[in-house]
Design a binder for this molecule. Structure first.
Ligand code: GLY
Length: 312
């Protein structure tokens, strides 16, 4: 029997330490949900989906409900799920009426002949596959909506410049978070899976899609190698195919921690302030995380315990 385990994340950037206490119970419950599935002999795929569903519902992260809108005042959500057992994946981008994008991504993988759906077609698919559609405004965080309505330029101005994201001034003016969520797990049979769900960068231009739904960027999983879920500046992550980079390092023999560190170092060698974090599990059941940011919100199984951390 393989050593099973799960690690979840709730974004990587530089939020004030006093917000840690607010994030902690959500991270812990998410990891507990995944752990209980794995302990009962459930699949890594079920564990990451259900753990991420919980984080999609949590008010403090930017996935599912409670997210900032884009520049047009509309929430657009991205998600990716990867099954390391089958090498298959499902993903959705810019969905506007689905409460649980990661579940829609799984349905894309398991109930269609395709891998990725976007926009209105993805919402329409959700309805066809029996998922309830909700009004877009129900996905939007109230505080972010007020900022949008009041046209608060400090908040609405673009935050991530090309190759040189989030400078110190933006950080100090940033009252909102950018907290993609994700989970990677290994089950008792040694199967690995990854899930990533995000509303992308706050007040992004309409139609902008980040790394989260892109295989090899926002996530990757392959049995015998490991699984990865990324967070941070999606443009940088997708330019470097960061999740695949970390997986390739594990395929070359690195542990989860070595691969995570190597991926963040690689990113930092290309971009001076890459705003990147990731969680990783390797084929031996080792869990790891790393970030270029001062903080990353993670929670993971360690034997019988659940541990939370906010710094790499
Ligand atoms: N990492 C999430 C995004 O950039 O959209």
């Amino acid at each position: 029997m393989t050593k099973y385990g799960i690690i979840v994340h709730g974004g990587a950037w530089d939020w004030p330490d006093e917000q840690d206490a607010f994030k902690t119970p959500y991270l812990e419950e998410s990891a507990r949900i995944g752990r209980d599935i794995l302990a009962a002999g459930g699949s890594a795929l079920d564990a990451v989906e259900k753990a991420v569903n919980y984080l999609e519902d949590a008010p403090t992260f930017e996935a599912g409900t409670g997210v900032p809108p884009n520049r047009n005042g509309v929430a657009q959500l991205d998600a990716l799920i990867v099954d390391g057992r089958t090498r298959d994946f499902g993903s959705v981008a810019a969905v506007e009426r689905v409460k649980y994008p990661i579940t829609l991504a799984r349905k894309v993988m398991e109930e269609t002949a395709h891998c990725m759906f976007v926009g209105a077609g993805a919402d329409e698919l959700a309805r066809e596959l029996g998922m309830p559609l909700i009004p877009n405004i129900e996905l939007v965080d109230e505080k972010s909506w007020r900022a949008f309505v009041e046209r608060d330029e400090r908040v609405l101005k673009p935050q991530w410049g090309k190759s040189q994201p989030l400078n110190a001034e933006h950080v100090s003016h940033q009252p909102l978070s950018h907290d993609t969520v994700g989970a990677v797990a290994i089950d008792q049979n040694g199967n690995v899976a990854a899930a990533t769900s995000s509303s992308g960068s706050p007040f992004k231009p309409a139609g902008r899609v980040g790394d989260a739904p892109l295989l090899g960027s926002g996530g990757f999983a392959l049995n015998g190698v490991g699984a990865v879920s990324c967070t941070g500046n999606g443009e940088n992550i997708m330019r470097l195919l960061l999740a695949k980079y970390a997986a390739d390092k594990m395929a070359e023999g690195m542990s989860a921690q070595q691969a995570a560190d190597a991926a963040v170092s690689y990113m930092s060698s290309v971009y001076p302030n890459p705003m990147t974090g990731m969680i990783v599990v390797d084929a031996h059941g080792n869990l790891a995380y790393a970030s270029s940011t001062p903080k990353i919100a993670v929670c993971y199984t360690a034997g019988d315990q659940i541990k939370t951390a906010f710094r790499a």
